[in-house]
Design a protein around this ligand. Structure first.
Ligand code: BDR
Ligand code: CA
Length: 322
């Protein structure tokens, strides 16, 4: 088996961020070096605590959590309380964190980790607004050529959710997204076109229910709230578990088909701020650094998530027996 992919997960948990964490913690193809947090779905304090609580629920408080930017580079804070609730993770009882978050700032951790690691070995995965990544690239430009790949849940080439054409993570901090998309690192955009295929159906939930574990119940509680929110506010029947698709893509690229295409982030349009513009007019050049995720293997994706919950549940039972 090849070496696990070393990642930093920059997130704003968030129901689907929590599922991304589960996948990253459990799958042997991934080595999760740390969690960095960014104000997005809820305020920074709340989502940092949520990240810590999810680690406790997963029995994995060995993973460090670094708090990052509390607000976008230029614009006002915008949260998604309609979708994620007052806590940012409504629908479950959140366990008390068992270890404090780290002293160092998230941006410092990202920079230090990338500089200390072998060239081309660290992948940055972002499932919230791109403020931390933009700050890191500006503060220490040497990280840009050293990072293996940046994988972003955000944007869409034909779809929006926060506005008709803009996705939430990009819309919250479009200036940061512009910086991150414009840098010279390879960037994969796992946007709404892909993540709207990652629906947590009743059949998926049945498989998790069959695991019959506290973590399985935690997942089901999260999905129950998320489903209701997506029904009321986005017209979905089942909720799309966006953020976990980034990790699935890294575990097995066959699950997430991609296509190379140049991307830009719109900053000034009257109706289009935060839109990710993909230029499909002609085949992308050989050296195109951008690709977009296009098609999800739904069954294979959920098999990974279900297996992750099973694995973490078993580890938790074993550690309680010790
Ligand atoms: C993205 O926005 C957030 O609400 C989710 O956690 C996800 O990262 C989807 O637009
Ligand atoms: Ca998120």
């Amino acid at each position: 088996m090849s070496e696990p992919r070393k990642i930093i997960l920059d997130c704003d948990p968030g129901h689907d961020d929590a599922v991304a964490m589960m996948l990253a913690l459990a799958n042997p193809a991934i080595e999760l070096l740390g969690i960095t947090t960014v104000g997005g779905n809820q305020t920074l304090d709340k989502i940092t605590r949520n990240a810590q609580s999810v680690l406790v629920a997963c029995g994995r408080d060995d993973v460090p959590v670094y708090a990052g930017a509390a607000r976008p580079l230029v614009r006002r804070v915008e949260i998604a309380a309609d979708i994620h609730g007052d806590s940012g993770l409504d629908g479950v009882e959140l366990p008390e964190p068992t270890r404090p978050s780290e002293q160092a700032h998230a941006v410092r951790f990202i920079i230090d980790t990338v500089l200390a690691a072998e060239h081309g070995t660290i992948t940055l995965v972002a499932t919230g607004p791109l403020t931390n990544l933009a700050l890191a690239a500006r503060l220490e430009p040497r990280i840009v050529e050293r990072v293996r790949e940046v994988v972003v849940m955000g944007g869409g080439y034909h779809e929006g959710n926060w506005t008709p054409v803009a996705e939430f993570n990009i819309w919250v901090d479009p200036e940061a997204a512009h910086i991150v998309f414009d840098e010279a690192w390879p960037l994969t955009m796992v946007g709404l076109d892909l993540t709207h295929q990652a629906l947590a159906t009743p059949e998926v939930e049945e498989q998790v229910r069959a695991i019959d574990s506290p973590l399985g119940e935690f997942f089901l509680g999260l999905m129950a709230f998320f489903r209701q929110a997506y029904r009321e506010h986005q017209g979905f029947i089942d909720p799309p578990v966006h953020d976990a698709c980034t990790i699935a893509y890294l575990i097995d690229p066959a699950i997430v088909a991609t296509q190379k295409v140049p991307l830009s982030v719109e900053l000034r349009g009257e109706l289009t701020v935060g839109m990710t513009v993909a230029d499909f007019r002609s085949p992308a050049a050989e050296d195109c650094r951008h690709q977009v995720a296009t098609t999800l293997d739904h069954a294979a994706f959920w098999a990974l998530v279900v297996e992750a919950i099973r694995m973490l549940s078993q580890q938790d039972t074993r550690s309680q027996e010790d």
